[in-house]
Design a protein around this ligand. Structure first.
Ligand code: ZN
Length: 184
């Protein structure tokens, strides 16, 4: 199994588990994983595919430098996903895998005014100094500049970003690392 095939397998498992754990929103939201050293090539879920039904072969290979991002006409990817995930992959070397959802409990927390995740117990402390907050919800990522803004807020040392009135982004060096953070 080559690197792309194993990335496809790992990300597919992440989709299936997110569905199993009710941390998904059916066909909305995106997970992606870089398959090139510079993260300019990454796999992401196609538009319209339910998280519980994602297959390794469904994942679309995006090439940020190619015409139409290297996406075939028969494939559809939500442009907001390209703007957000593409810029995060491009600008943040530690964001090899990016998991973005509107999972209910986390999104509820993100809707609280001036919300801050407090280090109240041992499990919480794993996130010490690893959480960033985007307190300026600015709508759908219809331009690459929104992805650039979000990348700046997350920065290159944090792994979790609470998006006010929106949801959460978790990044990691691998699918396993990001999913462990996501599920915690
Ligand atoms: Zn979202």
């Amino acid at each position: 199994m080559n690197a792309e095939q194993s990335a496809r397998r790992d990300l597919t498992v992440a989709f299936r588990w997110a569905a199993k754990l009710e941390m998904h929103e059916a066909t909305a939201n995106h997970f992606s994983v870089a398959v090139s050293q510079d993260s300019q090539n990454f796999l992401i879920n196609p538009a319209g595919r339910h998280f519980s039904l994602v297959r390794a072969s469904d994942l679309v290979l995006v090439d940020l430098n190619a015409n139409n991002f290297g996406i075939a006409e028969s494939q559809l990817v939500d442009p907001t996903a390209i703007n957000l995930h593409g810029q995060l992959h491009k600008l943040l070397p530690h964001a090899k895998c990016i998991l973005h959802t509107h999972m209910p409990y986390t999104t509820a927390l993100a809707c609280l005014r001036d919300f801050e995740f407090l280090m109240l117990d041992q499990n919480a402390c794993r996130f010490y100094e690893r959480i960033a907050y985007d307190r300026d919800y600015s709508g759908m990522a219809l331009e690459a500049s929104e992805g650039q803004r979000v990348a700046k807020v997350l920065g290159d040392s944090k792994s979790v970003l609470f998006l006010a009135n929106h949801g959460v982004i978790v990044v990691g060096n691998s699918v396993a690392e990001a999913f462990d953070e996501f599920g915690s």
